[in-house]
Design a protein around this ligand. Structure first.
Ligand SMILES: Nc1ncnc2c1ncn2[C@@H]1O[C@H](COP(=O)(O)OP(=O)(O)O)[C@@H](O)[C@H]1O
Ligand SMILES: [Mg+2]
Length: 387
C-alpha cells in the first residue's frame, strides 16, 4: 500500500519528506549546512533519486545526445581546402590523388568556454604533410590515434598546430608515473566551504567536444590508462566517485582522442626512455590509428631550425648534418644518446645569442649533458663541422 501512496517517491532522511530528488529538496528546503556530500556521508545507504527521477534523467541525457549528434556538427563546421587552411600553397603534396584540393572541416563557432583551449597558431611551424594528413584523417573520421617516436620529433606540436589551424579546442594532459585517475576524471574539491565534484580534463573534453591529447601516454601506470579504455571504444566514461548527475559522461560528437608517446607500448627498446612503462597491449590495440613519427625529413628539419631559431639555411644545414652523424652513431651503438629537433633548435638559439658561435651553442644545448665517452666522440663531430 505505502508504495502506491508515495507515488514512487523516496524519503528525505532529514525531515522525512517524500521527494523525487533529495538534492533538489535539500536546496529548496534546508539550510546551506546540508550538502549532498554530508547527506551521503550521514545516510550512505539511502537513495538520492526516485525511480521516476532516474528515468527522467536518463531520458534527458539521451535526448541531449541525439540533439547534438543531429545538429551541432554540420552547423558549426565549414569545409575548406587543406592547402589554404595550412598556408601550404597549391603544392601537389597537399592535393588528393587526382590533383584536386582536399576539403577539410574547420570549426567556425565556439562556446564561450572553448576560447581558453584554442591553441595559438605558431607562425614558424613547418607542416610535415604526411603526419598532418594522418592526423586530419583521424579527426575527420572520428578515429582515436596514437603517435609515437623519439622525443622532440614534433608529435605533440603536430596535433596542437593541426587543431590550431582547424580551430578545434585542444586539451593536453601530460602523463607521468605519478598521474592518478583523479587527475584525469576529476575529484571532490572544497569551494566556499562546501565540497563539489570538479570534472577533470577528460570529461570536460568529452562533454564539450574538444580534442583531448593524452601526452606522454607511456609514462603513466597501466592501471591509470585503463580509465581510457571505454572512451577509446567510443563508450561513455563512468566516474564511479562522482555524484549521480555527473557519473555517466557521454562523448559529444566533436570529441576526439589523441595520444603521444616515446614507445609503442611494448616498453623501451632504446635505453633512452627510463620511466616509460611496459603497457597493456589490449589498451594500445584500441587506438584506431597508430603511427610512428620518425625524425623529420632533412629538408624539413633544416626549415624548422632556420625558422624557429631565425638562422640562415646554410647554418641550419650544418646542424642537421651534425644531427645525422649523432643519430647514425646512436643507431650503430657507438654512442648511447641521440639528438632531437628540440635540442637542435635550442642549440641554434644559444648560438645566435653568442654571435653565431655554433660550437658553444651545440655544447650547451646538447653535448654537455652526455656521458664522458660520448662527449668525446660527439665533440669530434662538432669540431669537424664547425672548425
Ligand atoms: N614542424 C615543425 N615546425 C617548427 N617547429 C617544430 C616542428 N615540429 C616540432 N617543432 C618544435 O620542436 C620542438 C619539439 O616538438 P614537440 O612537439 O614538443 O616534440 P615531441 O612531442 O615529439 O616530443 C617544439 O619546440 C616545437 O615547437
Ligand atoms: Mg610531446
Amino acid at each position: 500500500m505505502s508504495a502506491v501512496n508515495t507515488g514512487d517517491k523516496i524519503v528525505c532522511k532529514i525531515d522525512g519528506a517524500l521527494v523525487h530528488s533529495v538534492e533538489l529538496h535539500i536546496k529548496q528546503n534546508h539550510s546551506v549546512d546540508w550538502t549532498m556530500e554530508r547527506y551521503r556521508a550521514e545516510f550512505p545507504n539511502e537513495p538520492i533519486l526516485s525511480e521516476l527521477a532516474k528515468a527522467k534523467l536518463r531520458e534527458r541525457q539521451a535526448a541531449r545526445a541525439t540533439e547534438t549528434a543531429a545538429g551541432d556538427v554540420a552547423k558549426i563546421f565549414g569545409k575548406r581546402p587543406f592547402h589554404e587552411v595550412f598556408g601550404l600553397g597549391a603544392t601537389k603534396a597537399a592535393m588528393n590523388s587526382r590533383g584536386e584540393p582536399i576539403m577539410i572541416s574547420v570549426q567556425e563557432e565556439h562556446d564561450a568556454g572553448a576560447e581558453i583551449y584554442m591553441a595559438p597558431i605558431d607562425p614558424n611551424y613547418v607542416f610535415p604533410i604526411d603526419i598532418i594528413k594522418t592526423i586530419l584523417l583521424a579527426l575527420e573520421h572520428k578515429m582515436s590515434f596514437y603517435l609515437w617516436g623519439y622525443h622532440g620529433t614534433g608529435k605533440t606540436t603536430a596535433i596542437e598546430q593541426t587543431c590550431a589551424r582547424t580551430r578545434r579546442p585542444f586539451v593536453r594532459v601530460q602523463h607521468t608515473i605519478n598521474t592518478e585517475e583523479a587527475h584525469i576524471v576529476g575529484q571532490y574539491v572544497v569551494r566556499d566551504g562546501a565540497t563539489h565534484f570538479q570534472l577533470g580534463p577528460l570529461p570536460e573534453a568529452m562533454l564539450n567536444g574538444y580534442v583531448y591529447c593524452a601526452d606522454e601516454y607511456d609514462f603513466a601506470m597501466p592501471s591509470v590508462l585503463s580509465v581510457y579504455q571505454p572512451v577509446l571504444e567510443g563508450k561513455p566514461l563512468i566516474i564511479k566517485e562522482a555524484p549521480p548527475e555527473m557519473r555517466v559522461i557521454h562523448p559529444h560528437p566533436n570529441f576526439r582522442f589523441a595520444a603521444t608517446g616515446n614507445t609503442n607500448g611494448g616498453g623501451d627498446e632504446t635505453g633512452l626512455y627510463q620511466g616509460t612503462q611496459m603497457q597493456n597491449a589490449a589498451n594500445y590495440s584500441r587506438f584506431a590509428v597508430t603511427e610512428e613519427v620518425p625524425y623529420m625529413d632533412k629538408k624539413i628539419e633544416v626549415a624548422v631550425i632556420s625558422s624557429q631559431a631565425k638562422i640562415m639555411t646554410e647554418d641550419a644545414e650544418t646542424f642537421v648534418k651534425f644531427a645525422t652523424e649523432v643519430r647514425d652513431s646512436f643507431a650503430r651503438g657507438v654512442i648511447g644518446a641521440t639528438i632531437s629537433p628540440r635540442e637542435l633548435i635550442a642549440s641554434a638559439k644559444i648560438g645566435v645569442l653568442r654571435g653565431s658561435d655554433w660550437k658553444t651553442g651545440i655544447r650547451q644545448g646538447f653535448i654537455a649533458r652526455l656521458s664522458r665517452v660520448d662527449k668525446e666522440t660527439v665533440g669530434e663531430y662538432a669540431k669537424r663541422l664547425w672548425a
